[in-house]
Each structure stands twice: as structure tokens, then as C-alpha cells.
Design a protein. Structure first.
Length: 137
């Protein structure tokens, strides 16, 4: 298979599979750690109005979703890629980082969470995904 096509397939696969992991964790999060009473997780305006009252435990799953989605996406991309495995993994990290930045802009979460999420959940997890995939490739 053409290496350019294979690398493109790796990036697309990494984004799709990483997004599935991310959304899966977000969807199950409120059944494991319930949101405060009366908060509708499907309503962005309701989340914006109430996120300031969330206890720390309600930020565990969003962080895990972002970190594990990026990790799995980068791992899959590095495994599929024909070459430039680290670069392909980091593309996944940057794509997910852009999504994280959009969420920071859209949803006014506490600053400590924004910093932790943007600094710890994307590029380091993309690097770790590459490493777990076999960095010598």
C-alpha cells in the first residue's frame, strides 16, 4: 500500500477510534460518578451555568476520556502508519488538543482543570501511545 495513503488511513483511524473511546467514557461517566442534582449533561447551557459547583470528582472522567481517547488514537495511528510513527501519533495529539481548546473556550471549567487537561491529556498521551506502539518502528 502507498505509504502516504497508509499514513492518512492511520490518522483517520486514530481520530475515529480515539473519539469513540472519548465519547464512550463521557457517556458512562455520569452513571459512575453522578453529576450534581438537577444538571442535564446533554444541555450545554445547563452545564455552563452549573459547572462552577461541580465537585472535583466530576472532573475525573472528562480528564480520563480526553487522555485515554488520545492515547488509544495515537497508539492505533502509530501501529497503522507506514513511517513517521511519532509524527503521526503527535498529529492525533494535536487534533485532540484542538478539541480540548475548543471545550475550554465553550465550557468555563475551573482553571486548574483546564490547565491539567490541556497540558496532561493530549500531547503527553500521544507520545505515550507512540511509545506503547513500539517506538523503535
Amino acid at each position: 500500500m502507498n505509504p502516504i495513503f497508509k499514513n492518512l488511513l492511520a490518522v483517520i483511524s486514530g481520530i475515529i477510534i480515539g473519539s469513540i473511546v472519548n465519547m464512550g467514557l463521557i457517556m458512562v461517566s455520569s452513571s459512575i460518578i453522578p453529576l450534581p442534582e438537577g444538571v442535564d449533561p446533554t444541555n450545554m447551557e445547563d452545564l455552563k451555568a452549573n459547572i462552577g459547583s461541580f465537585p472535583v470528582k466530576n472532573f475525573i472522567f472528562p480528564f480520563l476520556a480526553h487522555a485515554l481517547g488520545t492515547l488509544v488514537g495515537a497508539y492505533i495511528a502509530a501501529k497503522i502508519a507506514a513511517n513517521k510513527h511519532l509524527g503521526i501519533s503527535m498529529i492525533i495529539g494535536f487534533v485532540f488538543l484542538l478539541g480540548g481548546i475548543m471545550m475550554v473556550v465553550d465550557l468555563p471549567a475551573p482553571m486548574w482543570f483546564n490547565v491539567l487537561d490541556l497540558v496532561g491529556a493530549y500531547l503527553p498521551m500521544a507520545w505515550l501511545g507512540w511509545k506503547l506502539a513500539g517506538s523503535k518502528r
